[in-house]
Design a protein around this ligand. Structure first.
Ligand SMILES: [Zn+2]
Length: 198
């Protein structure tokens, strides 16, 4: 792997590092690569936890609508469906992208890359998958995700009540777990493993 020093711009090749290894610049001593210990196991464990939370968050009702005096509880994906059906399609799309598509694709691609790595194997087209993950990650990170939820909550609050149940808590935990899964990733280590396997 070749890397330019972020301090002095010296281009140098980084040898494969051990699990807790650190690579420093040969000229100025700046730290170029520092591996996070157990990064692959931790990221994988967080991705699995995220998937379970995602399923829980969508398996239980989170909203309560009152339509013509009748109270109906619905899951978030059910709410997306009713929003779409009632002509509120821009809101339906925002809620769908931020609370469903973004977290689920992030979790699934992470599992796709990290599960084989953990088993010392390499997934099909790993570079494409990992690059895609790095692309969607900032996009699906906290701010957008939170904003989407905030917008939906504020907008939906006029039409519905939020149920403080399993689904809501699973969503709150999911945000925390997704952020932790991003923090535990060691991009340099993954590239090193993928290159070594070629
Ligand atoms: Zn340097």
């Amino acid at each position: 792997m070749h890397l330019a020093c972020h301090e002095c711009d010296l281009l140098q090749s980084i040898p494969p590092l051990s699990e807790r290894g650190t690579a420093k610049c040969g000229r100025c001593g700046a730290v170029l690569v520092r591996h996070k210990p157990n990064s692959i196991e931790r990221t994988l464990a967080l991705a699995v936890t995220g998937l379970i939370l995602f399923i829980l968050a969508n398996a239980f009702p989170i909203l309560e609508f009152e339509i013509n005096g009748e109270i109906t509880a619905t899951t978030l994906i059910g709410a997306v469906g009713s929003l779409y059906a009632s002509g509120e399609w821009p809101l339906a799309v925002v809620v769908f992208l931020t609370t469903q598509a973004a977290p689920l694709s992030q979790i699934l691609i992470k599992l796709y890359v990290y599960l084989p790595l953990w088993l010392n194997r390499v997934p099909w087209r790993p570079g494409v998958a990992f690059r895609l993950l790095l692309e969607i990650e900032p996009w699906s990170m906290m701010s957008v995700f939170m904003l989407g939820i905030l917008v939906s909550v504020v907008k939906l609050a006029k039409m519905a009540h939020i149920l403080p149940g399993t689904s809501l808590w699973a969503f709150v935990l999911l945000i925390v777990v997704l952020a932790a899964a991003v923090a535990s990733m060691d991009t340099a280590l993954v590239w090193q493993r993928l290159e070594a396997s070629r």
